[in-house]
Design a protein around this ligand. Structure first.
Ligand code: FRU
Length: 479
């Protein structure tokens, strides 16, 4: 009898024979997606195919210490929380992507997944030390990805060297692509719009928006979508200077709302650039419209140049909770955990009006969901700490100033933003081993930050914090 093992199965076996991350280590997320080993950054190719969600991501399989030469990692899920790791979808094996299969997106058509990504080509000792090309790939079975033979589909010679992160969608019979770019000698960022009738031959049709100098030197990971008849340009600019409570991370992710005309290809902003999240670790977002017409967003739940301690456990980086986006009447993006979060909710372990120090609630497995309701005229201080480091992370509300403050301690520990509850003050807080996501109100304001407790986490309120209700629930493990 001959043993039939396909190349694909062999690669898959090899993949899992590699030293894997210690998923039982303290910081590895229990219900967020993280790499099985190695490095993870941007979400890529977020899509729904054959009744399953697919998420690809920037991945270095060879090291958790640095991005290295990125590949496309791959996982799929039926509920956005239980993820199955799949073999690496794309390797840096072409002349134009030899030094990185960079970020990109997917669209699904005719039972096929089509991917658009950036091939990064570094070459030392020349005026431009790299070039970036847009390329096409596809998959008929949702696992094996084949690169198009006549790649790259966009050469972009007039926009080199920073032209990357294609996000593609279809409107009527035409495909559209936004690409991040820098111009004016790499001093200003912008988003280019291309269109195509066949996914292969592309032409630039406009510059969708550009930096006036205040919005940085490069715009990464653009996304452009319609919501309530308006259009949102979401992107991750590099090089915005900090301004009081704003723009305090190395790089930002934010959006501009406007109108868009498919005939002239002009985007007319009706709002200024606003940061999408106010925590320390939220970058390179990607959205897609799922089969129920929900605009679902996910972000890399980390930030460049951070050196977080998880790296020594064989993995680095993770994704946020997938969030459903809507637009408020004031044209602000509202973010809510997708309703599938219910699949990881577990038992309520506490309901009350205060948790004094002596009664601090221990979080099982360092995970939990905390729901807090209070009158808007309340000052609140919530402590998330472990035995050895009291007040490791504090979330407070200062009602005189309408300020929400998250302090994870250490240098640069504080992030704050203005927020006024619409009626009652509601916080939804998700804790998962080394991360916290705070959703304020109905999702008007969010904070996403990593933090690294030294032991078992407990939760309590300051003795002066009186709330109408605080509920603490445990979360289920999905890894
Ligand atoms: C954003 C980014 C993208 C690029 C990718 C490389 O974090 O810099 O612009 O495609 O990461 O990993």
């Amino acid at each position: 009898m001959t043993l039939k093992i396909s190349i694909h199965t062999m690669l898959f076996m090899l993949y899992f024979c590699k030293s894997s991350a210690d998923v039982n280590s303290m910081y590895y997320p229990r219900y967020h997606l993280a790499p099985p080993y190695g490095w993870m950054n941007d979400p890529n190719g977020f899509s729904y195919f054959n009744n399953e969600y697919h998420l690809f991501y920037q991945h270095n399989p060879n090291s958790s210490m640095e991005p290295g030469i990125t590949h496309w990692g791959h996982a799929k899920s039926t509920d956005l929380f239980h993820w199955e790791h799949l073999p690496i979808a794309m390797y840096p094996d072409q002349w134009f992507d030899m030094t990185g299969v960079f970020s990109g997106s997917a669209i699904v058509e005719n039972d096929t997944m089509y991917f658009f990504y950036t091939g990064n080509l570094n070459h030392a000792n020349e005026e431009h030390d790299h070039e970036q090309y847009q390329a096409l790939a596809s998959s008929a079975d949702g696992v094996n990805v084949i690169k198009y033979k006549n790649n790259p589909v966009i050469n972009g010679s007039e926009h080199q060297p920073n032209i990357r992160d294609p996000k593609v969608w279809k409107h009527e019979d035409t495909y559209y692509m936004v690409i991040g770019n820098s111009f004016n000698n790499n001093t200003l960022g912008r988003v280019l719009l291309y269109s195509s009738k066949d996914m292969i031959s592309w032409e630039q049709v406009s510059v969708l928006a550009e930096s006036d100098g205040m919005l940085g030197y490069m715009w990464e990971c653009p996304d452009f979508f319609e919501i309530n008849g308006l259009f949102v340009l979401l992107f991750s600019p590099q090089g915005i200077e900090p301004e009081s409570d704003k723009y305090n991370n190395l790089f930002q992710t934010g959006y501009i709302v406007g109108t868009f005309d498919y005939v002239t290809h002009r985007f007319n902003p009706i709002s200024k650039f606003k940061e999408l999240d106010h925590g320390h670790d939220f970058y390179a977002t990607q959205t897609f419209l799922d089969s129920q017409d929900r605009r679902i967003l996910i972000a890399w739940f980390s930030m460049w140049e951070q050196n977080y301690p998880e790296r020594i456990y064989g993995w680095a980086g993770q994704m946020t909770i997938p969030r459903e986006l809507t637009l408020s009447p004031e044209n602000d993006l509202i973010q809510k955990p997708v309703e599938e979060i219910a699949v990881v909710r577990d038992n309520v372990i506490y309901t009350g009006k205060n948790i004094y120090r002596s009664e601090a609630i221990a979080l099982n497995d360092n995970t939990g969901e905390i729901t807090l309701k209070a009158r808007p005229s309340s000052n609140i201080e919530l402590f998330i700490e472990s035995e050895d480091d009291l007040a490791k992370l504090t979330i407070s509300y200062d009602y005189n100033e309408d300020l929400v403050i998250l302090d994870r301690g250490g240098d640069d520990g504080v992030r704050r933003t203005q927020w006024k509850p619409i009626d009652i003050l509601i916080w939804n807080i998700f804790i998962d081993a080394s991360s916290i996501e705070l959703f304020c109100g109905y999702g008007e304001v969010t904070f996403s930050s990593r933090f690294f407790p030294s032991g078992n986490i407990t939760v309590r309120l300051s003795n002066e914090s009186f709330v109408d209700e605080i509920i603490v629930a445990t979360m289920k493990r999905t890894v």
